[in-house]
Design a protein around this ligand. Structure first.
Ligand SMILES: Cc1ncc(COP(=O)(O)O)c(C=O)c1O
Length: 371
């Protein structure tokens, strides 16, 4: 195929993607152009090889330390991984390696990647029933005593309802037992610190003593291209549990699952962090939670929907006549896209950084029209 045909084919394919302003289900967004530039400039680098690509490794260390200190109050060590799923797998693997048990416990609201991790790692996953509430710390303690797990995974901003588990109390429990506490903040990690400080929510997210690892996605609220996630550990030595021997590499080892890790992601996060920093992300978080609240208020005015109270930037709704599947399909025919919240049999709306009031108003118009 000649190059101009090839490009017109690509453009053709591209036109089949819905505009992001109409995507209200997926937790993806439009990356910041500076971040994209950084990604592209460093596209040929491998962050699994900080010996050849020294600057990438150096920047990875600097940015993890800086972001962790600024957002979560502790200058820590970590890696740029592909996102929440990989971080959950690595955290569980590390917990097993450190505490020598293949039992994992987690509230039943954890992301499905925890099930995936346990499948891959041949673990027993014991889920704590929560009825979609923040998990009760005393119940967690009972489970820890009873099951003696290596790893406890909790969530700061659950996928379906945006619930925040009581991170501080859980971290206190973790200091009392030989257990790896992983805080999955893939979605909430760039919202919670700001919303807490501005009084929107009562649960903060800090790197408390007792937390072994914490993950946050920069391809969600961080405006960095996919894949961009941070995996942060409280004790530098705790990274060692997920290094694997790789004798042909200059350092003799690689971290995590991949053999080649995209160095572009490191530079992409570095660029957005330099560009937005604390105040930039604070503004995004506050703007988007306000937009979420505006949408929730407008939805409550339409009497054909049951509307759940929003948490962070998530709202769940159910059409009073259509099944969730019929509703989502009807919307898709009109060019708008939602996800499911199976645990409450509802459709999930998530406001992401690219959404504007105009997108929300267009969406409301379509929702009003559905009979
Ligand atoms: C709480 C939580 N954890 C993990 C993930 C998985 O993240 P990723 O898609 O970056 O692997 C998600 C995705 O939405 C999530 O909401």
């Amino acid at each position: 195929m000649n190059i101009s045909d090839l490009i017109s084919k690509l453009v053709d394919f591209y036109r089949r993607i819905p505009p992001h302003g109409h995507i209200f289900g997926s937790m993806t967004t439009i990356p910041d152009p500076t971040s994209l530039y950084a990604y592209q400039l460093f596209i040929r680098t491998n962050s699994a090889d900080p010996s050849t690509f020294k600057i990438v490794g150096e920047l990875e260390d600097i940015l993890v330390k800086d972001i962790s200190e600024t957002l979560y109050g502790k200058p820590s060590t970590g890696k740029v991984l592909s996102g929440g799923t990989e971080s959950n797998i690595i955290a569980i693997y590390s917990g097993i390696s450190k505490y020598k048990s293949r039992t994992i416990i987690a509230p039943d609201t954890v992301h499905v990647s925890v099930d995936k991790a346990c499948d891959l790692l041949n673990c027993k996953l014991v889920k704590i029933p929560t009825r979609n509430k923040p998990v009760e710390p005393s119940i967690v303690e009972d489970y820890v005593r009873k099951y003696k797990p290596s790893t406890l995974v909790v969530t700061a901003g659950t996928t379906e309802l945006g619930i925040i588990d009581p991170i501080k109390e859980l971290s206190n429990i973790a200091t009392e037992y030989p257990v790896w506490l992983h805080v999955d903040a893939a979605y909430g990690g760039l919202l919670i610190p700001f919303l807490y400080r501005h009084g929107y929510i009562s649960e903060d997210l800090r790197f408390y003593n007792g937390i072994s690892s914490l993950s946050v996605d920069f391809h969600k609220y961080g405006l960095s291209p996919i894949p961009s996630g941070l995996y942060i550990v409280g004790e530098p030595n705790d990274l060692d549990y997920a290094y694997f021997k790789s004798e042909y590499m200059p350092t003799g080892k690689t971290f995590g699952i991949l053999g080649t890790r995209p160095g572009g992601s490191v530079l992409a996060i570095w660029a957005v962090w330099e560009k937005y920093g604390y105040q930039g992300y604070e503004k995004i978080a506050l703007d988007k939670v306000e937009l979420t609240n505006y949408l929730a208020d407008r939805l409550r005015e339409i009497d054909k929907y049951v509307v759940w109270n929003p948490n962070l930037t998530i709202i769940n709704i159910r059409h009073i006549r259509l099944s969730v599947y019929e509703f989502i399909e009807t919307l898709a025919h009109r060019g708008f896209y939602l996800y499911l919240s199976p645990s409450i049999n509802a459709a999930r709306i998530v406001i992401m950084p690219h959404h504007t009031k105009k997108h929300v108003d267009e969406f409301i118009n379509v929702l009003e029209e559905i009979e």
